[in-house]
Design a protein around this ligand. Structure first.
Ligand SMILES: [Zn+2]
Length: 251
């Protein structure tokens, strides 16, 4: 039988639909959001690790000044984009090496997920090559500032495909999860942010943001940290703590 061009077209469409459906079911390994805890303090009021993401945008000087004034150490996850636009803040961090550890948050703030999809509205890297480029360009941007080579990586959105985790570990980075979501992506109000951070217990790893100076959450970050300090809680950086994560992120 002779197929009309229109029929041929329909066949091509259904073949394409079948193969893309098969592909997505084969690739649909669920994403993971790993946790991270540090070894609890042997004695005293306990210790926590404060991690702050600098995804892009500007610097929340309310938080940066509070850390310097109160001598609270923190691990800052910076992207290549943020480093380029925030030289003044980088200089402050570099002037206080006893307080700030700078780690890798990727070159362009692209989720370390090696299949094409959107996470919280952000397009994933989409392939192993693109994950690799994101991780390596983030490390290269940090190296340019004269900082020590990063040992930890946290991808944009803090969600990963398991295969991307394996790849990043092979590059030599530990992956920084967290145990307390302090500011809900910087979208929470000041009160709720302060409440979450002040509730941190011995061994917790807190995540918040230091790149949203106009958000109310930043005020809550400061309040929560000061409440922990008042309780006698100690702050440690990831390099100084024994961190254990799940999903193969640290072992
Ligand atoms: Zn981020």
């Amino acid at each position: 039988m002779r197929l009309l061009p229109k029929q041929l077209c329909m066949i091509a469409v259904s073949v394409a639909l079948i193969s893309s459906a098969q592909l997505s079911s084969a690739q649909a390994a669920p994403l993971v959001e790993p946790t991270l805890h540090i070894k609890p303090a042997a004695s005293g009021a306990g210790r926590v690790a404060l991690t702050l993401d600098a995804c892009g945008g500007k610097t929340d000087t309310r938080i940066l000044s509070a850390l310097v004034d109160n001598k609270i150490p923190a691990t800052i996850f910076v992207t290549g984009i943020w480093l380029k636009r925030n030289a003044e803040a980088v200089a402050i961090m570099r002037a206080h090496p006893e307080l700030f550890e700078l780690e890798n948050h990727g070159g362009r703030h692209i989720p370390a997920v090696d299949t094409p999809q959107k996470i919280y509205g952000i397009r994933s890297a989409g392939s192993p090559e693109a994950v690799l480029a994101e991780v390596e360009s983030g490390a290269a941007a940090l190296a340019k500032t004269g900082e020590p080579a990063p040992k930890w990586f946290r991808g944009a959105t803090a969600e990963y495909s398991p295969s991307a985790i394996a790849m990043i570990r092979k590059l030599g980075f530990k992956i920084a999860g967290f145990s307390i979501n302090g500011d809900g992506g910087s979208l929470l109000g000041a009160k709720e942010t302060a409440r979450r951070i002040a509730a941190a217990k011995d061994g917790d790893v807190i995540i918040s943001h230091v790149n949203q100076p106009t958000h109310a959450a930043g005020e809550g970050v400061v309040q929560g940290l000061l409440a922990l300090k008042d309780k006698g809680m100690t702050f440690v950086r990831l390099d100084d703590a024994d961190g254990t994560g799940n999903h193969g992120t640290t072992d």
